[in-house]
Design a protein around this ligand. Structure first.
Ligand code: BMA
Length: 326
């Protein structure tokens, strides 16, 4: 049977059991502890961007004290990366950020806008995680702009353009141990509000415990394509998987379509075994304009960075695929 949904002809069943729409690169992992030239405990995940003809990853690395910092990795092909000798961003030691970054800076997402590269990240302290924003023009020096949420909030991802004259971000306030994806708006990138819930957990799915934005959204003709992570709690601990949804361009709190099944689930050894097992967690994806292929960078088991690819069309199709009973 063929299902036609929102103009898409989809395959008849969602029974590609054991297959992910994201194709893992055969050379994974691409950044591991051995690739970091300074002392550290582990490698988590990375923001990704193309800059000055190169692929850059802003890599969350945990230092030997146990706090996260950011390192920069460069590549000419998007697969083979060299990590710079020194971290490019470490927790602030003075000023208003210091108290809120005392336990580290985590999970960066890069959004290019009007020639500036914004880094939305989690500032972690004894008071809990909250969102912060920095910017850079050269990936050498990073300037902090503001702390932009109260705790507890994580998974901030800035949209690459204004919507209805406002800056837009995803964020993820926590309510107890659960969390949904919200949208907030701002006129100046510093003061945020008009918050509304955009996507919620699904009780009967792989994303039943908490969800959060992964990469900043990709603008398509069909809406904002968002790769997000979803968590299911099990007797053996949480399983982090990645999914995809399509949101309305001029009203991004409105979900147009959402894949029922994950686009990537931990299966490989490097995704199943590490500091935190059974984790795939993305903070960055790059759309190759020429080939319309998405390179998605993701942390595996909180131990290394990997890359996987998918055609943009395949991800769009997944958003509108009809859910069928078995
Ligand atoms: C999240 C973030 C991610 C991490 C994941 C699984 O809260 O801290 O960086 O990969 O937990 O531990």
């Amino acid at each position: 049977m063929t299902v036609v949904a929102n103009g898409y002809v989809t395959r008849s069943k969602m029974r590609r059991v054991g297959r992910d729409v994201i194709h893992r690169w055969e050379g994974n992992p691409i950044v591991s502890l051995e690739d970091i030239p300074f002392g550290c405990n582990t490698v988590f995940n990375a923001a990704a961007v193309k800059f000055a003809g190169q692929y850059l990853l802003l890599v969350r690395v945990e230092d030997q004290q146990g706090r996260s910092i950011f390192a920069l990795a460069r590549s000419d092909d998007g697969y083979r990366f060299v990590v710079e000798n020194e971290p490019v961003m470490t927790p602030a030691e003075e000023g208003e950020f210091a108290i809120y970054e005392a336990c580290g800076i985590e999970d960066p997402r890069i959004t290019p806008m009007d020639g500036t590269y914004y880094v939305m990240y989690t500032a972690y302290s004894h008071y809990g995680p909250r969102l912060a924003l920095a910017k850079t023009d050269d990936f050498v020096s990073f300037e902090r702009i503001a702390l932009i949420s109260e705790p507890v909030n994580k998974d901030g991802a800035l949209f690459p353009r204004k919507v209805n004259d406002s800056y837009v971000r995803f964020d993820r306030p926590n309510v107890g141990s659960s969390g949904n994806i919200w949208i907030s708006y701002s006129d100046d990138l510093v003061h945020w509000g008009r918050s509304e819930v955009a996507m919620t957990t699904r009780d009967d799915h792989w994303d039943c415990a908490r969800i959060g934005a992964s990469a900043p959204p990709i603008e398509t003709a069909h809406g904002w394509l968002e790769i997000y992570h979803g968590v299911k709690e099990t007797a053996a601990g949480p399983i982090y998987r990645l999914g995809v949804a399509m949101l309305e361009l001029e009203n991004p709190a409105h979900v147009l379509g959402r894949a029922a099944i994950p686009i990537l689930t931990p299966r490989e050894y490097y995704e199943r075994v590490g500091d935190i097992p059974n984790v795939v967690f993305s903070c960055g994806a790059i759309l190759e304009e020429a080939t319309q292929e998405v390179k998605m960078y993701y942390g595996a088991a909180d131990t290394c960075i990997c890359v996987g690819t998918a055609k943009l069309d395949a991800l769009i199709e997944r958003c509108f695929e009809q859910e069928e009973s078995a």
